[in-house]
Design a protein around this ligand. Structure first.
Ligand SMILES: NC(=O)c1ccc[n+]([C@@H]2O[C@H](COP(=O)([O-])OP(=O)(O)OC[C@H]3O[C@@H](n4cnc5c(N)ncnc54)[C@H](OP(=O)(O)O)[C@@H]3O)[C@@H](O)[C@H]2O)c1
Length: 323
């Protein structure tokens, strides 16, 4: 009689602990969803607070003659930031400089450099850029430059394309962030840094292995550095730097011109506006509401729905680039 009573007691106690565990796990999951939802809402509902970075200060944009970089240059000039335009083609750079100074009455400085060369003598390479802009009060840095090669890793990428993706997508972001962090901390006003990642980092995307991995690097690098910076500025009583990883989906640009356009495509200017509104509010964002929907669907779809299509997309892009 006693034994069966004891067994029943044990059984109920075990059941109680299992229930408690389920409640904790469910609570934690709901908490995580709420946090993510909060980031999404803050992204969608916020308006930009660019004024805090300082009137008359400068914004540096890399890869700014086309696509998202050009979108950022235009939007930042519209908000009265002077712009440092960094890209590789002098004629295109001059055209952008002429356009934004004429339309928005701001100053613009052109720095010509080909980031695919930056791995040869990195210190010298970035020193040269530094010399050109050292005296400017830079309050915003947009590490945008990037290139997306596609295709299966073991069959497609040739050495030049690999090198281009690794050097252009990784090195400028790391070296330019390093160049500006301490300087920004010592400004008398807050500053902001946006590093371009991509929704391609949200799950493995066959056909985009190197591209996805480089954008994943940017994301992790940004989020880690952001925490270090927050800790440093709090403890050394320095000025805040808003760092944010931007993970857009499809944006009309040279990079995506081979893709069939779908509902989620947005213009580079929309992408820049949304990102600048979220800057200082969230550590990472997809930006536009359409891209938030894409990100949620993309992250939570079963692999069989994504993988085949992704490979097809990569091959299709390759074929169209060849012709
Ligand atoms: N488009 C999208 O849907 C999308 C989505 C997610 C993330 N992203 C990210 O957003 C960033 C910009 O993409 P995008 O679509 O705007 O690209 P894009 O249209 O190809 O523009 C790239 C810009 O970078 C410049 N550039 C390219 N290689 C360079 C080099 N070696 N040295 C200096 N400048 C160079 C280009 O200059 P030239 O005019 O001389 O070529 C151009 O101004 C990338 O980091 C990409 O990974 C894009």
């Amino acid at each position: 009689m006693n034994l069966s009573l004891n067994l029943i007691m044990w059984y109920w106690t075990l059941l109680w602990y299992i229930e408690l565990l389920c409640v904790i796990v469910a609570g934690w999951t709901i908490f995580c969803w709420l946090c993510t939802g909060y980031y999404y809402l803050r992204t969608i509902l916020s308006t930009n607070s660019l004024k805090k970075y300082g009137k008359g200060s400068w914004a540096v944009v890399t890869g700014c003659t086309e696509g998202i970089g050009l979108g950022f240059a235009r939007v930042l000039a519209k908000y009265n930031f002077n712009i440092v335009l960094i890209s590789r083609n002098p004629q295109k750079l001059e055209k952008v400089r002429e356009e934004i100074t004429r339309l928005h009455g701001v100053e613009a400085k052109v720095v010509v450099c080909d980031f695919s060369e930056c791995t040869k003598e990195p210190l010298e390479f970035f020193q040269k850029i530094d010399e050109e802009i050292r005296d400017l009060d830079v309050s915003i840095l947009i590490n945008n430059v990037g290139y997306a090669g596609t295709g299966r890793f073991h069959t497609h990428h040739i050495h030049d394309e690999l090198l281009q993706m690794l050097s252009v997508n990784l090195w400028p972001c790391v070296y330019l962030t390093k160049m500006f962090l301490r300087r920004m901390m010592n400004r008398s006003l807050p500053s902001g840094i946006i590093n371009l990642s991509s929704t391609a980092t949200l799950r493995p995307l066959p056909g985009f292995a190197i591209y996805g991995a480089t954008r994943g690097f940017t994301n992790t690098f940004t989020l880690c550095t952001r925490e270090e910076v927050r800790y440093t500025v709090r403890h050394e009583k320095l000025n805040e730097i808003d760092m944010m990883s931007l993970q857009p989906a499809w944006v009309y640009s040279n990079l995506t011109k081979e893709q069939d356009h779908n509902f989620s495509f947005i213009t580079p200017e929309q992408c820049a506006e949304n990102a600048l509104s979220a800057l200082g509010k969230v550590p990472y964002t997809n930006g536009n509401w359409k891209h938030i929907i894409v990100a949620i669907l993309f992250k939570n779809s079963p692999s069989f729905m994504i993988n085949g299509q992704s490979l097809k997309n990569a091959n299709y892009t390759q074929e169209r680039r060849k012709t």
